[in-house]
Design a protein around this ligand. Structure first.
Ligand code: ARG
Length: 594
């Protein structure tokens, strides 16, 4: 469906042309004075110079032509030359009705769907997920859902960190506890055990102990580096052990992401890129891009227009070992080979921006990625505590994701139980759903690149710009709809709704709600084009406010005029659909009751 703003713009263009003013001045936007009008055009002011006329003269001439349009209830030219527009109630009713009849609520898919890979999550094997990983998962999942809803093929890849020193650390630490394991015997020829020699908690402990030890004990660190090197250069026992570490770790990660309602199409890691490194490096050398500098192999990536220094991209260290860069480049090799993406999006901490500039330039320069494939970095800021410092536990330690989720869940559970309307089981289920909305909305309602303060009290409050507030609004609507429809099933409801006419709005609050509803398609398209889930939050907050205002002023179920009541019910249903579709794009759901 054409967006309302486009339809208005067309009318305004026609009016400008009819008044002999160039159409380029006919730009229309949402009003920034909602008390005066709904949409406005300031083009007369800009045109005044070219036409040597007073802006108000031009505005008045355009206004005369526009007044004939059926789209507007009123068009006014006001000093010094603004055009103030109000939509006609019947145009609005008509548009809302069309939205209601469309299962996509008036949002068209993109004309040319793309294949888009999205690299997010980025957990590190054997290390517990911490809140830093939360943002990547939450933002990435939403970007993926938005892209998919727009009609693109979206492929999410978790890109685990499974290839660094942490592996060597675990190998060495485990050897101290269980030296008899066959993984350490270089002459072992039997079959390796099927069961892992540790649980997930033991694995995390092994890593924590080893990591602390490596900071104090240089010999231990040296041994871990050696083990990492041997693992990376094909030592069979270590590779078998890596498989066990991975299987235990991945199962745990999956369970954690499931709690966040985050899922990935691909469970690839840094280790999957390793087979592509030798050929990639050989080609970079043969093509003359990679050269030796102080023993290391590098590719220059600076450009003339750079205002900041962009250092060369290091491909191999002087000892021949590969780096984070090497892995990211080789990952692009298989991504291009297997999926031919039109675009790859990286949702990573913004402190890695310069690093990704290097990787992207190197990938393009050396031909790993063709010019036609877009590489996009979506950097996010830090999640801080109320003290403005990176979020910590009360004891000051690194907050684990699972602990954080549990804490919010408990808080929600207590609030719900305090209301005294639910059984323990139902409260448990509901707390889960609402807690997730609190965490995700709290994160997504901020522009990703900004740091934000994780304020548990505020995020779990049912008032203000929060997830629970949006859910309360949805639950309120659902409960009215349920009262109206009784036990009619979805099909019966849909059939009835199709016969419920949308009438021209009766009140200011109803009109305001309808004006918000019709922005759905442009709001989502905008969030998609700008890779900006926070725009959806801002939109649904407006919708929820407009709805609650309307609700407090209007008798809905008690309305005696049947036609009017049916109209209200239909508008409620469309409001519900808009809100539920939007929160699905943000990555959470609404409960039936709260
Ligand atoms: N594992 C990394 C970390 O914890 C994030 C990975 C980001 N993605 C990438 N392709 N480098 O910082």
């Amino acid at each position: 469906m054409r967006e309302v703003l486009d339809l208005i713009s067309e009318e305004v263009v026609r009016a400008f042309e009819a008044a002999d003013i160039d159409a380029k001045y006919a730009k229309v936007g949402l009003s920034n004075r909602p008390d005066l009008c709904e949409y406005q055009c300031n083009g007369a002011m800009a045109a005044a110079k070219e036409y040597h006329k007073a802006p108000i003269q031009i505005a008045t001439a355009v206004c005369e032509h526009l007044s004939k349009s059926e789209m507007f209830a009123s068009v006014e030219a006001v000093n010094p030359g603004f055009l103030n527009l109000k939509l006609s109630p019947s145009f609005l009713a008509d548009y809302v009705a069309k939205m209601g009849a469309d299962e996509r609520l008036g949002l068209d898919k993109v004309e040319k769907p793309k294949t888009i890979m999205i690299d997010y999550g980025g957990p590190n094997v054997a290390k517990a997920l911490h809140v830093g990983h939360l943002r990547s998962a939450v933002i990435g999942e939403s970007i993926k859902r938005i892209g998919r809803f727009m009609g693109n093929e979206m492929i999410g890849d978790v890109h685990m960190g499974d290839w660094g020193l942490q592996m060597g650390l675990i190998i060495c630490e485990l050897q101290l506890h269980k030296p008899e394991l066959p993984y350490y015997d270089e002459n072992f020829t039997g079959t390796y055990p099927e069961v892992a020699p540790f649980t997930v908690t033991e694995l995390a402990d092994l890593y924590t102990t080893a990591s602390a030890k490596s900071k104090e004990d240089p010999a231990f660190k040296e041994a871990a580096m050696q083990a990492t090197y041997e693992l990376q250069h094909g030592r069979v026992g270590y590779q078998e052990l890596l498989k066990q570490i991975l299987s235990i770790s991945v199962a745990d990660m999956k369970a954690n992401y499931e709690k966040l309602d985050v899922s990935f199409e691909l469970w690839k890691g840094e280790s999957d890129a390793q087979p592509y490194i030798p050929d990639m490096v050989a080609k970079m050398k043969a093509d003359g891009y990679a050269y030796e500098s102080e023993g290391a192999l590098v590719v220059d990536v600076k450009e003339e227009t750079d205002t900041k220094e962009v250092p060369p991209c290091m491909i191999l260290k002087s000892d021949g070992a590969s780096l984070y860069n090497t892995t990211d480049l080789a990952t692009l090799v298989w991504r291009m080979k297997d999926y031919h993406p039109d675009k790859v999006i990286y949702v990573v901490d913004k402190r890695q921006e310069l690093y990704f500039t290097q990787v992207f330039r190197c990938a393009k320069k050396t031909g790993i990625v063709p010019e036609s494939t877009e590489l996009q970095f979506v950097g996010f800021g830090t999640m801080n505590g109320k003290d403005g410092k990176p979020f910590k536990t009360r004891q000051g330690g690194v907050m684990r994701l699972s602990a954080l989720l549990q804490e919010i869940h408990d808080m929600m559970y207590e609030k719900i139980m305090a209301n005294g309307t639910m059984t323990e089981d139902e409260a448990e289920e509901t707390a889960k759903i609402v807690a997730l909305s609190a965490v995700k909305y709290g994160d997504l309602s901020n522009q990703a690149a900004k740091d934000y303060i994780f304020d548990m009290e505020r995020f779990t409050s049912s008032e203000g710009n929060t997830g629970p507030y949006i859910l309360y609004t949805i639950v309120r609507i659902k409960s009215i709809l349920n009262k109206f429809f009784g036990d009619a099933d979805a099909a019966a409801r849909a059939q009835k709704l199709a016969g419920f006419e949308i009438l021209a709005p009766q009140s200011e609050s109803e009109k305001s709600l309808m004006l918000e509803l019709v922005k759905f398609n442009s709001a989502i398209r905008n969030a998609y084009e700008e890779t900006a889930p926070h725009k959806i939050c801002a939109y649904i907050y407006d919708v929820a406010n407009a709805f609650n205002h309307f609700y407090h002023e209007t008798k809905i179920l008690a309305e005696e005029d049947e036609k009017l009541k049916e109209n209200y019910i239909h508008i409620l249903e469309i409001t519900r659909a808009v809100l539920e579709q939007s929160i699905d794009l943000l990555g959470f759901k609404a409960p039936e009751r709260m």
